[in-house]
Design a protein around this ligand. Structure first.
Ligand code: PLP
Length: 380
């Protein structure tokens, strides 16, 4: 379908085209100098000691779970209001996701109080997700984790460039994970990054990313190595040079594009004000600076959400849902991971709708979307 206003759009131009062409002409496509440069630039941007580029955000999360040593039966506290990959990554290691509620209708991030209530003697880690780019309460969560001896993994897929007190999301815990999927604030199509300040974890992440091998094709190509050992049960989670090249250009545009997202989000909030309190616009107050990945709204309780989304569609406007709660999915419920006790999550997830937001969205488009939202309330 041709949308008049899509949910998300990419900001690619001749810079990305030239970067890809340069890689193709270089005739070196697998992980090499371009990936190394991307990693160095991403580490510098986030302030992390190390950045390890991987095939996608899910691979980043899986490796993060492996490198903190999760094993069968360990518990990891995680929100249910996130993309399923967040919890899947925990399950890949045999560990158990323990779902904690979100804070409120205004603050869709995991609640610090709820985390505290879910801690048991089997808890090994807290995995946070910065919903829509709006940072979780990392000062409080890091303090709690330190007191209880727990590791922190950040799913920062939405929060590339978000920060609190000048410290970027992704570098608050042991390991931070990013996705460069095509709807993210910067994209390589598929792609991801793991960041850490821990040297030993960084070494292990690099090895796990490529079959547990001690050397890579690039080392051998450069004549630095002839053979290798395999020292871990690793995976092929490598990125390639084409995507690394795209990532470098996208990273150079990130601050400008995030600023544009913030301007558009503020405009949405201003124009949607007329519909408040009929609708809720979460995150009126933010902790630090948001990357404004999503613009979520909550419809009134009892609304027909699908009818609302159909109405928006009939006006050429694409909307989405972030997210169906994980604990309600069959693959979680049938293995005993469907336990509720998440009243705020369950209240919000039936009412949430995401409106279009991307850097090339025009101010007039925001007005068109808001007018359609208003129209929907007169119709539905
Ligand atoms: C919150 C969150 N976590 C994890 C992922 C997984 O990333 P990927 O699609 O790159 O595997 C995504 C995005 O798709 C996401 O939005």
């Amino acid at each position: 379908m041709e949308w008049r206003i899509p949910l998300a759009d990419i900001d690619f131009d001749s810079e990305e085209e030239a970067a890809v062409l340069k890689v193709i002409k270089s005739r070196w496509l697998t992980m090499g100098a371009m990936t190394q440069a991307f990693e160095e630039e991403f580490a510098a941007y986030t302030g992390a000691g190390h950045a390890i580029a991987v095939a996608n955000g899910t691979a980043a999360l899986h490796l993060a779970c492996m490198v903190i040593g999760l094993k069968d039966g360990d518990e990891v506290i995680v929100p249910s209001l996130t993309f399923v990959a967040t919890a899947n990554a925990i399950r890949y290691t045999g560990a158990i996701p323990v779902f904690a509620d979100i804070e409120s209708e205004q603050d869709l991030d995991i609640s610090v109080r709820a985390i505290e209530q879910k801690i048991t003697e089997r808890t090994r880690a807290i995995m946070v997700m910065h919903y829509g780019g709006y940072a979780c309460d990392m000062p409080a969560i890091t303090k709690l984790a330190r007191e209880k001896g727990l590791a922190i993994i950040e799913d920062a897929a939405h929060a590339i460039g978000s920060e609190i007190d000048g410290r970027k999301m992704g570098v608050w815990g042991e390991v931070g994970c990013f996705s460069f999927f095509s709807n993210k604030n910067m994209t390589t199509g598929e792609g991801g990054m793991v960041v850490t300040n821990n040297d030993a974890m960084a070494d292990k992440l690099r090895i796990l990313r490529s079959h547990g091998m001690t050397t890579m094709s690039w080392d051998r190509h450069k004549g630095h190595a002839w053979s290798y050992d395999v020292v871990e049960l690793g995976y092929n989670y490598r990125i390639d040079e084409i995507r690394a090249a795209l990532g470098r250009v996208q990273l150079s545009k990130l601050d400008r594009n995030n600023e544009r997202r913030r301007i558009l989000s503020a405009l949405y909030r201003e124009q949607l004000q007329e519909l408040v309190p009929t609708i809720v616009v979460p995150f009126n107050e933010t902790r630090g600076i948001s990357a404004c990945h999503l613009l979520p709204i909550l419809l009134p309780a009892g609304s027909d959400r699908l009818r609302f989304m159909e109405y928006m569609k009939s006006h050429g406007i694409q909307t989405s849902i972030h997210y169906p709660p994980i604990h309600k999915f069959q693959a979680f419920a049938e293995v005993g991971l469907g336990a509720g006790d998440l009243p705020v999550t369950e209240n919000v997830t039936g009412r949430q709708v995401t409106l279009p937001l991307y850097p090339t969205l025009k101010e007039e488009d925001v007005t068109v979307v808001v007018q359609a939202v208003q129209g929907a309330f007169h119709q539905t």
